[in-house]
Design a protein around this ligand. Structure first.
Ligand SMILES: *[C@@H]1O[C@H](CO)[C@@H](O)[C@H](O)[C@H]1NC(C)=O
Ligand SMILES: *[C@@H]1O[C@H](CO)[C@@H](O)[C@H](O)[C@H]1NC(C)=O
Ligand SMILES: *[C@@H]1O[C@H](CO)[C@@H](O)[C@H](O)[C@H]1NC(C)=O
Length: 486
């Protein structure tokens, strides 16, 4: 059997992502064994896309497992959900202690955590790996976010870091993320941040188009300039291209696209986990809700005919200054969004004991994935220079950056508000910033109200931890906290 164990890596699931990852791994000098339950897919792949490569195939799970060198490294790229559990169950009888199973699909992190716990009991090293960069990334360099059983990492590292995308300085966009379900969790937060970045860009586009009256070409020029500064990123770059793209009739294609955004759920999952863990990830939340509002298009069209806005809907001030203000507003809001994303990661990591590696998370996102940007280098530096950094906004670089951006940020938000252009993400970022830097918030009023109507009790400033109730009305009634739940 050992003589037939020829492959360094096994991959199950021959949809485009799986095929491309196999070819990528093969290009880097590792021998891959391919398997698909529909075995004709294996033959098709070997005869076509993988023709002339070192890739080998298997026609049964037994043959597949026998062809892998130990410890076996098996990646599943099958549909998230029950298919992953079913395949793990099929593999298990054929595996030995210390073998590694990697789920490279879009699994929800609680599932990954559950599988990690179950397989750890069987001495199988389970890894949940976020893969970003789409089909193109899978073929030529994805961003890989592996997490799970740390004993697997030394075996995977040479392969994963070889095939991953590279940051501009040459560093691979792949490192160990943390334990348990950490890999898929970090991928989920990545997608949530992507929702936020996209929403910020679309808000600026909205005010530039409707509030200032810039043409799409003019906006493309502005974004191209921004892409040379602090906002340098993949999403600004593609927005520049999108704005100048012309349809066959010569008009901007963008303006013909229906303004109803779709979503596949990862942004929503991030927002749900923020609510579950009590973390104020407001910008991603607003980005998800903004997509929801966009999708009730017919209702908005009806509302647009009856609801009035401010008398002036055009910006009449200095346009060049407004452009500068929005550059600062977008930059500061991005800092807030990433700070919020890292707050969520810190909290969940703490709950699950994942030991998340924040610096390498920022590094992994620097290339290969949708949110890649120059700015992530600064985030990495912040976590490198202080391993116990509480929040990104405590880092001297980001403290200074938000302070510098502040006046432009406030001007941009008031300009949009006065002419009635919605900017949910930009403005929630500023509200968060102002709330975060406020030592005394008005939550004492909320506590008093809760105690007044529901006897929920409150703490006094000078006696935290000691909960008391006041008989506010001097009237009867035995109100118990259990009567209300607000
Ligand atoms: C087999 O390949 C198809 C695509 O051709 C893919 O959708 C499916 O997930 C694969 N299934 C398994 C279990 O390998
Ligand atoms: C690192 O960050 C923590 C928490 O934000 C802070 O208390 C500490 O002073 C920082 N250390 C340095 C060296 O800046
Ligand atoms: C509140 O005070 C009034 C008047 O002193 C008293 O009659 C009533 O029982 C008190 N209510 C409670 C819930 O303690």
């Amino acid at each position: 059997m050992s003589s037939s164990a020829v492959a360094d890596f096994g991959l199950i699931g021959l949809a485009v992502m799986g095929q491309n990852l196999i070819l990528n791994i093969n290009d880097h000098g590792f021998k891959v064994c391919a398997y698909n339950r529909t075995v004709s897919k294996v033959d098709d792949f070997l005869a076509n896309e993988a023709k002339g490569t070192e890739v080998v195939g298997a026609h049964s799970v037994e043959e597949f497992v026998a062809k892998l060198k130990r410890p076996r490294k098996i990646m599943l790229l099958v549909k998230a959900g029950s298919a992953v559990d079913a395949f793990i169950d099929t593999l298990l009888p054929h595996l030995q202690e210390g073998d590694i199973v990697i789920d490279g699909g879009n699994s929800h992190y609680p599932d990954t955590q559950r599988r990690y716990e179950a397989l750890t009991k069987k001495n199988i090293l389970f890894v949940g790996c976020g893969v970003s960069g789409g089909e193109e990334g899978a073929r030529y360099g994805p961003s890989l976010m592996p997490g799970g059983n740390p004993a697997a990492w030394p075996h995977l590292k040479p392969i994963f870091q070889a095939i991953a995308a590279r940051a501009p300085d040459g560093a691979p966009c792949c490192d160990w993320v943390g334990e348990g379900g950490a890999g898929h969790f970090v991928k989920m937060v990545h997608n949530g941040i992507e929702y936020g970045d996209m929403q910020l860009i679309s808000e600026v586009y909205h005010i530039f188009r409707d509030g200032v009256g810039f043409s799409d070409d003019e906006q493309s020029e502005i974004f191209a300039q921004w892409n040379k500064g602090v906002l340098d990123s993949f999403l600004i770059e593609i927005s520049t291209d999108i704005l100048r793209f012309k349809d066959v009739d010569g008009a901007p294609l963008l303006e013909k696209i229906r303004d109803a955004a779709g979503q596949k759920g990862t942004g929503k999952w991030t927002a749900i986990s923020a609510l579950d863990y009590g973390m104020p990830v407001t910008l991603i939340g607003e980005a998800v809700f903004a997509r929801c509002l966009s999708s009730i298009k017919d209702e908005r069209v009806r509302a647009s005919k009856i609801l009035s806005g401010p008398t002036t809907s055009r910006y009449t001030g200095d346009k060049a200054q407004l452009v500068k203000d929005f550059e600062q507003a977008m930059y500061a809001s991005k800092i807030i969004s990433y700070a919020q994303g890292f707050m969520l990661m810190r909290e969940v990591s703490h709950q699950f004991n994942w030991n998340l590696n924040y610096g390498s998370i920022a590094l992994m996102w620097r290339g290969g994935c949708i949110i890649r940007s120059a700015f992530l280098g600064d985030i990495k530096n912040a976590f490198d220079s202080n391993k116990s950094l509480e929040c990104l906004l405590f880092d001297p670089f980001f403290q200074k950056a938000t302070a510098t951006a502040q006046s432009g940020w406030r001007n941009a938000i008031s300009a949009a508000t006065l002419i009635g252009i919605p900017i949910p993400a930009l403005s929630t970022a500023l509200s968060f910033y102002d709330g975060y830097r406020t030592a005394r918030l008005p939550a004492n009023m909320i506590q008093a109200q809760r105690d007044y109507f529901g006897a929920h009790t409150y703490e006094l400033e000078d006696k935290p931890g000691n909960f008391v109730h006041t008989n506010w009305t001097g009237r009867g009634g035995n109100v118990h906290a259990s009567n209300y739940d607000v």
